[in-house]
Design a protein around this ligand. Structure first.
Ligand SMILES: C[S@@+](CC[C@H](N)C(=O)[O-])C[C@H]1O[C@@H](n2cnc3c(N)ncnc32)[C@H](O)[C@@H]1O
Length: 509
């Protein structure tokens, strides 16, 4: 979607709500299929549940006739959406919704599209934002009174409108949304532990699930429980919030030209992502609509793509539930965890310095195929620095936190070899975890371009294998660079040593 990487950077609720404050987007540096027409394993039709433990409850709680979207590849609902949108003011389009090879449903050129051509022109009246009018006006008033920030407000709005079915003006839109978005929010804890054991994305997914649950709990205790007639538990519960947050994570866009406002943009949100494309959704003031500019020509029948932002494969899996093909994502990165050594004589002093600058142990840093950030090097200097450098701990921790303007000058030649060796060791520990997982997962040859043919387990496993392979590939590259650098340092030292003994021998003669 638009450069939406900073989705949750804004505070979600007033500071009295710590869980909501924590609900944030992945750091900026860096669902699964059902068999055709069958509910997915662990899911129920017409509900949003998939959690193993909650399936039964959600099935009992939700009225059978609630429409919470459709099967993820339903073109029928998407076609009704298209019709409704054109009746509601969407100008004639040069693209149509169709079943596609990448992303199941997508927008396909219906005529020649020129490079540089503006497309879509979705008017603001068809965009859902925090300012949208609530069909249930009383519920909207209550939410506004509590000053609920955009994300939880939009999540609640979506559930409220979905529950009203045909009574909501968004009925056609909501009917075309996936009943169960592809998102790590729908992975159970067991699945996360089993499949994402090697990747730091596991932690991020657990944190995100916890925050979504926390956000719901916070809204429930502060607002819903006080107005049960407006927010009944059968409709506003943790399962429906998982659904609405899954929709927001995978479809909400940030529109830079609308003061960075977050919005759901029906029609535009049928566009799939391509890592090689560099065009984003934005509001166009001159045409007064949401547009994007084609960054290459398309022929009729070709799927048209946008960019969801410069995201790593892990971030794409976390929010959108897919992993791009290996080596195709120039923004790919892997989080490498570095830790202080437990037996360090200055463990406490170093930890204090880290904490002072908002860091911890372990601390993750993004590694890319092109290298790693200076912050990672600064952290490694801190880890390996001896007690007599205690006065430099503060400077190192500050540089590791990205708050230092002097980062570029942070050089400790006497520590460089040890720091690089420490990063190499951390890298190799991480590589061995990926290798163990990949070995255990066995060699699989599953075609996830048609995930409906696979059962849930095989599909999740394949996503995890793809993610692990791409993350390990980056670490292999880092390992190669580190080894080479260490070899150079060591051979340079050896040369200097030889030169020194040569000179000494010379003077002895
Ligand atoms: C904004 S929606 C795009 C429309 C979506 N395909 C649909 O049918 O509703 C984002 C979702 O599309 C799918 N998607 C987008 N780009 C993809 C890609 N390159 N590969 C696989 N799935 C993709 C993912 O399921 C993602 O969660």
């Amino acid at each position: 979607m638009a450069k939406a990487s900073n989705f949750l950077q804004s505070t979600l609720l007033p500071s009295s709500s710590p869980t909501l404050r924590n609900l944030r987007t992945p750091s900026p540096t860096i669902s699964f299929p059902a068999s055709s027409r069958q509910p997915r394993p662990g899911t129920i039709n017409c509900s949003v549940s998939t959690g193993e433990t909650t399936t039964k409850r959600a099935a009992e709680d939700l009225p059978d006739n609630i429409s919470w979207g459709c099967e993820i590849d339903s073109v029928e609902n998407a076609t009704s959406l298209q019709r409704w949108l054109s009746d509601s003011g969407l100008p004639p389009q040069k693209m149509a919704i169709d079943r596609v090879d990448v992303g199941e449903r997508g927008l396909v050129a219906s005529q020649n599209l020129r490079k540089g051509e503006k497309l879509l022109f979705v008017p603001p009246s068809l965009v859902i934002s925090a300012d949208s009018v609530w069909t249930n006006g009383e519920a909207g008033e209550v939410m506004k009174r509590y000053d609920v920030p955009d994300w939880p407000l939009l999540a609640t709005y979506l559930i409220s409108e979905a529950s009203l079915q045909k009574g909501s003006r968004w009925f056609n839109y909501i009917s075309a949304l996936p009943r169960q978005p592809y998102s790590l929010l729908y992975w159970t804890r067991t699945e996360l532990d089993m499949y994402l054991e090697a990747s730091q994305i596991r932690e991020r997914a657990i944190e995100r699930i916890t925050n979504v649950v926390g956000t719901y709990e916070d809204l429930r205790s502060r607002i819903f429980s006080k107005h049960p007639h407006l927010f009944p538990k059968e409709v506003f519960n943790d399962e429906t919030f998982k659904w609405s947050f899954g929709i927001l994570f995978s479809r909400l866009v940030r529109l830079p030209s609308m003061d960075g406002r977050f919005a759901l943009v029906p029609w535009a949100d049928m566009l799939n992502h391509n890592c090689e494309v560099e065009t984003y959704l934005d509001y166009d003031k001159s045409s007064k609509g949401v547009v994007f500019t084609a960054d290459r020509p398309y022929q009729p029948g070709e799927q048209v793509f946008i960019s969801y932002g410069n995201k790593s494969n892990g971030e794409l899996l976390l929010s959108y539930g897919f992993v791009p093909r290996e080596g195709t994502n120039p923004s790919d990165s892997v989080e490498l965890a570095l830790s202080l050594r437990k037996n360090d004589k200055c463990y406490k002093e170093k930890l204090d310095a880290l904490k002072k600058h908002g860091l911890s142990t372990p601390q993750c840093f993004p590694v890319r195929i092109t290298g790693w950030p200076l912050e990672l090097m600064a952290y490694a200097y801190l880890v390996v620095s001896p007690p007599d450098m205690i006065n430099s701990f503060e400077e190192m921790a500050k540089a590791a936190s990205n708050k230092s303007s002097t980062n570029k000058d942070l050089k400790y030649p006497e520590l460089e070899e040890e720091a690089l060796q420490f990063i190499l060791d951390s890298c190799e520990t991480s590589i061995s975890k990926y290798s163990r997982f990949l070995k255990e997962s066995g060699s699989m040859d599953l075609d996830i371009t048609s995930p409906k043919q696979l059962n849930r387990k095989a599909f999740l496993k394949q996503l995890a294998v793809d993610l692990s392979t791409s993350e390990r590939r980056i670490l292999y590259r880092a390992q190669y660079i580190l080894r080479r650098r260490l070899r150079d340092i060591r051979s340079g030292e050896l040369k200097a040593l030889r030169l020194f003994s040569g000179i000494r021998n010379f003077f002895k003669q």
